[in-house]
Design a protein. Sequence first.
Lengths: 247, 192
Amino acid sequence: MREAAPARGLRARDLCRRSLEWAIAHRLLPEYVRTGKYRRPPEPPHRLNFGKDTWLVAHYADWRGPLYRQEAEWRRAFAFVDAFTHKSLARPRQRGWELVRLYGSFGDLEPPSVLAQTRAGLLRQGFSEIDLNERSFSGMFRLTDSCKGSDLPEPYGKWQQQANRLVWDNDVDLSVEVHCHVHVRPRRIPPPGNRSYLDLTLSAPAPTVVTGLYVHLLRTLRPRSLLTAVELERLLVDSLRALIATW
Amino acid sequence: MRMSVGRLMRQAAGRRPRQLPSFTLPRAGRVRGVYLAGHEHERVEKLVVDRPLVKVLAEIQRYVRGTLWRWQKVDEVLVCSGPRIVVRYEHRYEEGHELEPKTWRAHWNAEREKERTRRGAIVKRVPYEVELRLDIEQRFAGPVLVEVRLAEKIDPRGHLSEFPIGHHFWAPSAIHTEPWFDELVALLRRHA
């Protein structure tokens, strides 16, 4: 599977942008034409000029592309980006992206090894460790960031603008949480033994985190029975399609 | 034959001393205006401009800064959804104009005034309050709708109490005499 860019030091805003691009590239959401960031015109200030907010709104009053023509799809794109915000994380009963037995079986690898490499893979992507429980083989990791509304993908700000909220110049706190849990199941077929599996729950639909972690685990643990990259991609597309459909 | 140096040089240049053209600018107060009944007038035009909203705003801003530079921006309301921008500019000024008597009483008063001042017409400094209201709206990916509304109030505070403008006396309408409205509409209509 193709990895977009080196994952080290990834900011949540970039993660959000890449994730939306991934979803659009996999036809989970329609495409849109980028307007580009607003730049203040070179004209000197004057008392008769229009206000800055007026220029901001006028600049982003550009709805080209099939995404904006379908309101339901546009709302989903907004919800997609909104899932990366801290506000959304704090919302009660917010459903995360649950990926059970994500990469398939890790074979007879011990859960502590899988957990340790999962931790290393997430830290490498810029996540910080919130909690790591070595008894239950689970951990919680978080990636935070703060940016202007104009730094996020445009369907987010444009949807807000349509709802009479201007966010282009506002600070937006971003937060992505990953909860991982390694569990063991006995083998069904002989020889007797156990198999380790990894469950991931992401607070936001960030497939690039999952694929980045896959590459890391494959390189460090070298398990034989993991899913192939193509199988993983198909699984992610199906799972994300189902999640997006609920929005 | 002796020649002066100046004449010699003029001959060499092959031309006579330059004469500047002369013309006389009419005084503002003497310009024949458009006289309308009443003291409140309005001109409205609704246009559909097939250009991006940013370009329309830039055109309007350039015009306002270049032509209406004496005016004041009094209000700007922005509605993000839509989006819709309503902006108001105001201009208050006084200008000398010839008043036209319209009623019998006004004619009688005008004759007395002319006799007293020994002038052929009644010229007074007339206060004007002019407001330009622009309602700019773009309905989701459609063309930009611009409503240009130019309104005036002539002597709204009754400074010329002896010559009440509107009924007895008429003063020229600024919004029909000055090119503000026509220029702005023509500018927007270029892209309509």
